[in-house]
Ligand binder design. Structure first.
Ligand code: SDX
Length: 392
């Protein structure tokens, strides 16, 4: 398998592409990035290392990793005018609305890296996006809670820098908790790339028209926001909060099975995985590590574990091959770390920017690449004569 796109009769997209980045075997629950299993990467690698791997095709040696990390670090600050741009939003704007707006406007601030035919500008735009997305995400959070923006501190790691910009305040020193930093970095790895999912296909389709990379990533952010896609992590925790205690689980299972009820178990099911999402396995293990490190225990985790157990023993879910996906447990961890639910999809977008950028580069440098132009099955009326309004 070279990642060739195989048509699934139920699959609506006619987008087809070949890619060397990510391979998924949905039946076996396998996810590989450039041939490396997600479990190995999550256990042994770092997000910067996985970013290098996705962008360049090989795991970096120490010099390559240091060089890449330093390059990304040097791009973490945003144009000072961007802070003014933020002030146009209402304080209660959803952070994903801010992300769509700010990232979509980046070409107005960095127009010297928008020429997609110039390999140097493509590389600079790629580095700027990966480096600035955490700064913008932290600014979106700070703006929503009425706290001042913090500039990046480049003595910290990529993930540590993000945590400090998010939770630090100018009035006091911020100590990055190593266990939280490790868990967050692993969560970023789990969300980095995932083959031709809806938002990645959106980025590729936007990029195929020659749109600048900042606009393409903004298109991906908009698509990811949907509750059926990246918005599911926010929806899954809201669902667990609505369920509350395990005794109410049967009521929600019944609703999820009721065709007349639009309710679905958020964080369950997948367009490709018809087996356990390997990322959910790592995510569940990470919940326990974060709880131990922070000495917290959210009863919603027990509710989530019980919900999984009941669902995976229910013939509806077994027959339809519906398993927990990457979004089912992530909210419990992110909430324990201190993020509000509105920030969950922002964190997904932060991590997925690496995959989107890598997929965009692969697409834009493909000599055979043409503009994407999905066709349709026309089911409208056959040709007919015009009828003047007075005769209708
Ligand atoms: C992500 O594509 C990617 O790779 C995405 C992603 C990534 O990393 O980019 O993995 C991230 O988006 C994960 C998915 C997050 N979304 C959710 O958790 C939302 C809840 N899940 C569902 O909305 C749903 O499972 C989808 C949208 C993910 C998939 O929907 P499909 O394509 O309809 O799933 P399916 O064809 O496998 O469904 C089979 C049946 C259907 O019923 P029937 O038409 O056969 O009667 O199962 C039903 C579905 O209605 N079903 C569910 C269900 N998911 C599917 N029923 C109840 N609860 C659910 N969660």
């Amino acid at each position: 398998q070279t990642g060739a796109f195989t048509y699934d009769p139920g699959f609506t997209s006619t987008a087809s592409c070949q890619s060397k980045l990510t391979y998924i075997d949905g039946d076996e629950g396998v996810l590989l990035h450039r041939g490396y299993a997600i479990g190995d990467l999550a256990e042994n690698s770092s997000f910067m290392e996985v970013a290098y791997l996705l962008l360049n095709g090989e795991l970096p040696n120490q010099d390559e990793l240091s060089g890449f990390t330093n390059t990304i670090t040097r791009h973490t600050m945003v144009h000072e005018q961007l802070a003014a741009f933020f002030r146009g939003f209402r304080r209660d704007a959803h952070p994903m609305a801010i992300m769509c707006g700010v990232v979509g406007a980046l070409s107005a601030f960095y127009h010297d890296s928008t020429d997609i035919h110039d390999p140097v500008q493509r590389t600079i735009a790629s580095h700027r996006l990966i480096a600035k997305i955490p700064t913008i995400a932290a600014m979106a959070y700070k703006y929503s809670v009425g706290q001042p923006f913090l500039y990046p501190d480049n003595s910290l790691s990529y993930t540590g820098n993000f945590l400090r910009m998010t939770f630090g305040v100018p009035a006091e020193a911020y100590e990055v908790n190593p266990a939280v930093e490790k868990a967050m970095d692993r969560i970023f790895i789990l969300h980095a790339d995932h083959e031709q999912n809806a938002s990645t296909s959106t980025v590729r389709l936007a990029g195929s028209s020659g749109a600048n990379p900042f606009a393409c990533i903004a298109a991906g952010i908009a698509c990811l926001w949907g509750p059926a896609h990246g918005g599911a992590n926010e929806a899954a925790l809201n669902m667990l909060r609505e369920i509350g205690t395990p005794d109410r689980i049967p009521e929600f299972i019944a609703r999820a099975k009721d065709k007349n009820d639009p309710f679905r178990l958020m964080g369950f099911g997948h367009r490709v995985y018809k087996n356990y999402d390997p990322r959910a396995t790592v995510m569940q293990k990470t919940v326990r590590e974060v709880f131990d490190a922070l000495k917290v225990n959210d009863p919603l985790f027990e509710t989530a574990l019980r919900l999984e157990e009941i669902a995976l023993n229910d013939e509806y879910f077994v027959e339809k091959k519906l398993f927990p996906n990457v979004d089912f447990y992530s909210g419990v961890i992110l909430s324990a770390i201190g993020f509000p639910t509105e920030m969950f999809t922002v964190l997904f977008a932060l991590a997925r920017t690496v995959g989107w950028v890598a997929q965009w580069n692969e697409m834009i440098t493909d000599p055979d690449q043409k503009i994407g132009r999905p066709r349709q099955l026309y089911t409208g009326p056959t040709q007919r004569a015009y009828v003047p309004v007075e005769k209708r």
